[in-house]
Design a protein around this ligand. Structure first.
Ligand code: PEP
Ligand code: MN
Length: 262
């Protein structure tokens, strides 16, 4: 169960020998979408140099418009595995359908995006796998609904869940979403699962990534997921919120002094 009452100890999700949760600070970084072999390998090498421990990149993209770039799909997964082979960084990528679970066999952490947080059939089937799951909070879901979605995965026997606060819809339009930082300590009190924060989708604004990352660390986040692109202006998805290599390196320098990132 996600509730701490039934599980007082913090859950530590172990991925490729690395422990996520309980005092270890984890940084996941990479582009919104995998775009080419050169792109994903280049981004992987750069974020590794700056100190990230996981490479992210979307292959199956949940785009608002059906005419927008939908991702490289299965080819994108192959390119992520290629980047993993070159850099040794484990990979995180989003799944959109339970029919793809076999295709994701070599993915280290399967992401369930905000738009699928209540895709209960997907959650149920992921519950029957033993893959670590990065579950993102829905665009307009309460903390209770978020934890119930984690419960769906755990009900099937999979306790390897990392929760990700990525901002919620409010009346405010100055930022893409409104970061709900309160959710971080609140969820850590109610639940034993590790909680990370995604300042890129939460704000939509590159220069806000650093201050919000500091804030998330100060209130106990177990890690961050940050969008980084080789050329944000030309990115096929979420370029406007992506950091370039220099900006990401700067954020990592700043947070290294605050969080326990080696
Ligand atoms: C993403 O991580 O690129 C993404 C689509 O995020 P979210 O599901 O939080 O919108
Ligand atoms: Mn994105």
């Amino acid at each position: 169960a996600a509730n701490r009452r039934f599980h007082p100890q913090d859950t530590i999700v172990e991925v490729k020998g690395r422990k996520i949760g309980e005092g270890n600070f984890t940084v996941i970084a990479g582009p919104c979408s995998v775009e080419s072999e050169e792109q994903i390998i280049c981004v992987a090498q750069e974020i590794k140099k700056s100190g990230a421990q996981f490479l992210r990149g979307g292959a199956f993209k949940p785009r608002t418009s059906p005419y927008a770039f939908q991702g490289l799909e299965a080819d994108g997964l192959k390119l992520l595995l290629e980047a993993k082979k070159v850099t040794g960084l484990p990979i995180v990528t989003e799944i959109m359908s339970q029919t793809h679970i076999d295709l994701f066999a070599d993915v280290d952490i399967i992401q369930v995006g905000a738009r699928n947080m209540q895709n209960f059939q997907l959650l149920k089937e992921l519950g029957h796998s033993d893959k670590p799951i990065l579950l993102k909070r829905g665009l307009a879901n309460t903390i209770e609904e978020f934890l119930m979605s984690a419960e769906y995965i755990m009900a099937g026997g999979n306790n390897n869940i990392i929760l990700c606060e990525r901002g919620i819809r409010t009346f405010e339009t100055a930022t893409r979403n409104t970061p709900d930082l309160t959710a971080i300590p609140l969820i850590k009190r109610y639940s034993h699962l590790p909680v990370i924060f995604d300042p890129s989708h939460a704000t939509g604004i590159p220069w806000l990534v650093e201050p919000l990352s500091k804030a998330a660390i100060a209130i106990g986040a177990d890690g961050l997921m940050i969008e980084v692109h080789n050329n944000p202006k030309e990115a096929l998805c979420d370029g406007a919120q992506s950091l370039n290599f220099e900006q990401f390196d700067q954020v990592m320098e700043t947070i290294k002094n605050r969080a326990d990132v080696e």
